[in-house]
Each structure stands twice: as C-alpha cells, then as structure tokens.
Design a protein around this ligand. Sequence first.
Ligand SMILES: [Ca+2]
Ligand SMILES: [Ca+2]
Length: 305
Amino acid sequence: MPFYKKLLISLVFIVLIIIAFQLGINTGRKNTEIVIDKSVCEDLLEDDKGQDIPECDFNGCPEYKAIDTDGDNLYESVVYKRIAMTKGAGEVRIIDEGKVVFRASGAQFSYEENKDIPGITVNYVKEFDDTGLNPKTWETKKWIYLDGEYVLANDYEGFCEEHLDLDSDDETITLLEGDPKYPDYSFELEASKFQTIINKAVDSETNFAGHYTVATWGCGTDCFGYAVVDLLSGKVVTFNPANENYNISGLDISGRYMILNPVMSGQDKKYYKLSEYRNYSDEIVSIFNLVCTEKSTKDMYGTPE
Ligand SMILES: [Ca+2]
Ligand SMILES: [Ca+2]
C-alpha cells in the first residue's frame, strides 16, 4: 500500500476517534448537567446569608478579588464561583471579616466594582428564549452599600432620603473646641490655589460635622468648587475645584451629609458623607464618600417653554 494511502487511513481513523470522544463527553455532560433554578435571578439577594465560604469542586475553584465594597477603606473579599458548567451560571459573594454579607447569582453571570459608589454591580441573563439555550433578556443590578447593608440602587426621587439617616443629630460628632488649625499648603498643593478663600472659611467657623468647614467658590453659572477642611488637624479632607450644573445643600454642624443638587432633570443628585475612624496609630482618619445617588426628575429653573 502506498505511503499516502496509509497516512489517509490513519488520519480518518484519528478524526473518528476525536468525534467519538467528543460525543462521549457531550453525553457525559448531559447526564451531569445541573439545572439552573431561574428563580434565583429574580431575587438575587438570598435570605439565608449563609456563612459558607466557597471551595473548589467539580465546577472549578473560586476566584478571589480584594475590593472595598463598603467604603470603609478596607478590602472585602469578593469571591466569584462558577456554580454550573452550563449557561455560565455563577455566583458572587462578598466576605467581610469572615462573614458572607452578600450573595448574588444567575446565568451568564458577571460582576464589577461600582465605579462611583461603594457596592457591586452584577450582570446576568434574566430570560432565555423558547429553546432555553439562548439569552433573550439581560439584567444589570447595581447594589450600593448604605447604612450597614447592601441595597438595590433605584433611580426614583427620594430613594436616598429613605435610606439615609439625614435628620437626626449624630452623637458621634465631636465639636471643635479651641482655635481652628489652618491647612499647611505645602502639603495641599492643589488646594493652595484657593487658599485665600479656604482660609477665610476656616476663619469664619465650622459649618459641617462638628469640626469641619466647607469652603466654596464659584466657577461660572451653576458651577461651584469646594474644599472640606478638618479644623482639628488642618487637613484638607477633600478638594473639588469645579462642579458644573450643581449647587450645594445640606451642610449642618451636627450632620455628616452634604448634598449636591443637580440643576437639570436626568442628572444624579449626590449624597456625600463624612465618616471618621481610628487607624492603627489611633489617629482619626476622615473619609468623604459619595454614599447615595438618585436621578433627579425636576429642572431647577422649571421646564423651558
Ligand atoms: Ca471595605
Ligand atoms: Ca468592611
């Protein structure tokens, strides 16, 4: 038999083996297929916040990421685990100080860190077509960390007020006693351009969260910049030179929230919170975070006629 014929026969043989092998695997897979309970997609946050930390199994090993999902400047462990071989079913859990504090799962599941606010965003298939194989509709859910729990962000007006404790006097607030400290502008280079305005605000008195002052300046129509200064330490906690189409409200000496009100509907109304914690050297560290947003439905100047 000529060599090329032998080669051809061998090749055909190899191809047959591969096909047979593939068929075998597929049949095997069918038998071990895990059916995804689609109801988990409807209510992503399960009631039993089980303490189980995922382990390696038949579907693979968990993947860990360190992300600050609650805005406390410490990392939580975000664990992604494939929960079935089919339809890309996966689950994500947030583990904070050894406890599972959040779980979400679904088909074709993926997650990402929220870019603007502490929390997590998940994407998954909401519905499959009639064959049950092809995605028909997708859903994205943005969870934000608010007052100790992960809540689903909704864009209705009043959402933030519902979830934040805006009115009550905060007993953890320390009032400034004695003279305020001025910022050392050799460390606060950006803010140094506005030092005349900032120093004037430091002079005038504390207007925010007990021992802070918020200095503001204009930058055009419906535009303002601000700096938050800790009068105990002289530190500039945050500095933002220009916010276009916003004005400021909510500043209170006995409150920790600052609100940025949009001028136009469709913009986000933003709630910032000033929190404090003690670091390992027992120093007070101040953090100023965006903690809640909601879509504004009103134009500040009314709808143009
Ligand atoms: Ca954290
Ligand atoms: Ca934490």
